[in-house]
Write a protein that binds this ligand. Structure first.
Ligand code: NAP
Length: 280
């Protein structure tokens, strides 16, 4: 059987969970001729990182930090990649670069029965993850507001999304204003609370925490962040970001192979690896 290769380029790459989850899915499906590997590509040789896997016959690759923007010069970015301003998946057969983060995030909200359309949804952060989040939520018909430590960065995100995706009416608020805004969901797209800073929350002490709300934390290490704990302590529901990671990977998997992967197997592979890391 012809060998089929896929992989991920990034820098650093050793902690990526992608090889584990994709290879676990290949194994579960008996797709023994498929393999996924990780390639460490320093920022100054992104072109090499694009060309080498292609030259070696890879079907496609994932692209992670710090190459998600710079790789756009070498591929044909689709509508999602252009809107989000970053490519995380390449199909070498078409040379199309797409971004599966927004769909992975929305798929995970839906899998958790979180309503989106017509809801007021607050996004914390204005980096790459927030841009994918706002794009996904707005496209699903949510009313979105953003709070970010650097307000100008949030304003820039709003104007860029209007330019690249025609998304209008996204508001920029302060955290105090947001506390009064009446949203049903808050999505943490900042890196606050990420391991090893596990006691930090993006919801600053002193601003009243909304009661009985749902929180989605894109941070998935730790599995139960300080922000999620704050939410539950106020009678709310908290969902961690591992599902987004798995589901964005599942979309890439299906794009390359034409096969729907077993989400539960991919989840379990990631969970196991993260638990092991926490113990070591
Ligand atoms: P990024 O582009 O570097 O953006 C970081 C964001 O966090 C910015 O809004 C930044 O605010 C804010 N921030 C950082 N430190 C802060 C602090 N001490 N106080 C307040 N705000 C702070 O990063 P990114 O790529 O968007 O990723 C953000 C997080 O999402 C990361 O934890 C990443 O692991 C996670 N993520 C998860 C998934 C998933 O699949 N679950 C996918 C993508 C990303 P300023 O603008 O003021 O600097």
């Amino acid at each position: 059987m012809e060998e089929k290769k896929v992989g991920v380029i990034g820098f650093p790459i050793e902690h990526s969970l992608s090889p584990l989850m994709h290879n676990a899915a290949f194994k579960a499906l008996g797709m023994d001729n498929w393999a996924y590997d990780a390639m460490e590509i320093p920022p100054d040789i992104v072109r090499y990182g694009y060309i080498e896997p292609k030259r070696h016959g890879y079907v496609g690759i994932n692209v992670t930090i710090p190459h998600k923007q710079s790789i756009m010069d070498y591929v044909r970015p689709d509508e999602k990649a252009r809107a989000i301003g970053a490519v995380n998946t390449i199909d070498y057969r078409t040379n199309i670069g797409t971004n599966t983060d927004a769909d992975g995030f929305i798929d995970d909200l839906k899998a958790n029965d979180v309503s989106i359309s017509g809801e007021r949804i607050l996004v914390l952060g204005a980096g790459g993850a927030a841009r994918a989040g706002v794009y996904g939520l707005a496209r699903e018909g949510a009313e979105v507001a953003i709070v970010n430590r650097t307000k100008d960065r949030a304003k820039k995100l709003v104007s860029e999304l209007e330019k690249t995706a025609g998304i209008k009416d996204v508001t920029v608020l302060t955290l105090d204003e947001a506390a009064e805004w009446g949203m049903s969901l808050i999505v943490n797209c900042t890196s606050v609370g990420l391991h090893p800073n596990i006691n930090q929350s993006p919801w600053i002490h002193g601003v009243p925490f909304p009661d009985s709300i749902t929180v989605y934390d894109m941070v998935y290490r730790p599995a139960n962040t300080a922000f999620m704990q704050q939410c539950v302590a106020h009678g709310g529901r908290a969902i961690g970001g591992l599902g987004m990671l798995v589901r964005q990977g599942a979309i890439s998997f299906e794009l390359w192979t034409g096969v729907k992967p077993p989400i539960d197997v991919m989840f379990e592979a990631c969970r196991e690896a993260l638990e092991k890391r926490d113990k070591s």
